[in-house]
Design a protein around this ligand. Sequence first.
Ligand code: AMP
Ligand code: MG
Length: 622
Amino acid sequence: MNKESISGLILAGGRGTRMGHVDKGLQPFGGTTMVAHVLARLEPQVATLAINANRNLDTYAACGVPVWPDDTPDYAGPLAGLQAGLRRCATTYLLTAPCDSPFLPADLAERLLDGLRAIDADLAVAVTEENGRRQVHPVFCLLKAGLEPVLSAYLDGGGRRMDGWYPQIRVTEVLFDDADAFRNINTLDELRELDPARVPRLADVVSCLSAYDPDALPVRDAQRIIREFVAPVRATEMVALRAALGRVLAADIVSPIDVPAHDNSAMDGFALRGADLPADAPARLRVIGTVYAGRPFDISPQPGECVRIMTGAVMPAGCDSVVPQEFVSVDGDTMTIAPGTIRPGDNRRLAGEDLKAGSAALRSGKIVRPADLGLLASLGVAEVPVQRRLRVAFFSTGDELRSIGQPLDEGCVYDSNRYTIYGMLQRLGCDLIDMGVVRDDPQALEQALRDACENADAIITSGGVSVGAADYTKQIMARLGDVTFWKIGMRPGRPLAFGRITSNGRSAFLFGLPGNPVAVMVSFYFFARDALLRMMGAEAPLELVRARSAAAIRKKPGRTEYQRGILARGADGQPTVTITGSQGSGILRSMSEANCMVVLHDEQGTVQAGELVDVLLFEGLI
Ligand code: AMP
Ligand code: MG
């Protein structure tokens, strides 16, 4: 093959939307990055290589090949990358492949070139066949560099589809038989599954943010980094139905039966044939018997006949409607209905209308609530696959802390954080390891962190992560693993330590929450909670509701503020939130009096009385 005539272009300019806007090509994979894999696969196939990217240009350039951003603004899609490549291509042909296809065929260029030459096409595109379905892979293509004017005209005309310009050129499809080779990776979970040995580094995750300043990190960025970094614990168990309450389903629950199993009556009344109801005259039907719920019967009414039926009883053959008993008059064995009382089909529950056999009744990842227990019971399910409980170790740090039962020496406070943290973790359904209070002493801290790490999936500490001089917590945390210390653009709760520590071959995710009691709760709810749920394999995003602010709230744009509030109905019945008294970050009473937290986002300024704000309700919060 004449590889000298081909330049390779790796398309890495996308937004990575499905990966949470991370830069896909730079995601760690098999010990390096995805783009490095694609580079290595293409290298032997072409004369030169380049990368089309629109972010992190320096990081891509470190791969040792030219990096070409799109010439068009606004992410016009892969065609814009193709255009940038064609404009700079110095060979006869350009070969493209996406940055998220680390398994691409070793003979991609050769096969596409053969196909193109065979009929003197302008562009050869890879196709595969899976289960008889033809799948075109438009981003795996080889094309003549001279096509640039045609493509540019198409883009100038607003065209964006990868195959939208095919009608103007001569295209040939080349069939490859290894469909897996074209597999691309769209989500971080897919990536983890394909590369289980992969232990992401915080630096990898952080490198994907366009601007990253650990000393002024927006809440959203911190949440995103945490979410990307933690991984679900993959261990499941079977539990008896009742024990599944509050647990996370580890598999879809497929209904083994139709629910209900038969058409049945939704009312106490008379089952009849809809065809027996005249539109404008009363119907007189002969009552030939009674059917009860759960009792077998052998009655099939003929035209002009009906059957007395109880709620839940199986509909007799031929009957399609039920008239409630209070709407009819009965005289001996004759039942009379006025015209227009019901329509044919009324008051009948259809077999399978709740659930069809073979359909998913509940999805994996759902936290089982009382209604789900009932639903599972209605399917006859006795045992349920759930994720194993997450083990979380927690302790407080600080020489000034005393435990309940100890005398309160001068300058000391009782350790309250351990109790709020206990409460919040307990509601999440974690297995808890309460490690007490740990002194601000390097040896004690190291020992506590190591013990926690060896016995738990996650560790939650409070105190010692701000700039206080006596705090060794940060140093020890950093020494034990991949931990970062942030100052988050929020109030209360600016400092946060996050990462993963390792001890004796075991690792655990670490959340070093600040010491202030209110800050502890705020940072738990807005950072740790979501991460722990993700580790538990559950999806339960925080639901914010909108409510009217009773009064003006002063607020500076540029940081997120969390204020304790009381949500109640205003005089006009609309939900209205009032900020509770003192908002100091050490004042737990305000938290206890509140029934919600008002979330004032980064970009928000002072809120006027009557304006709508986001509110997180405490009740119902797990
Ligand atoms: P630190 O983050 O360690 O500097 O602590 C900040 C403030 O929170 C100090 O006033 C501490 O006394 C207080 N604090 C830290 N940990 C706790 C705790 N477990 N219970 C109550 N207050 C605490
Ligand atoms: Mg402290």
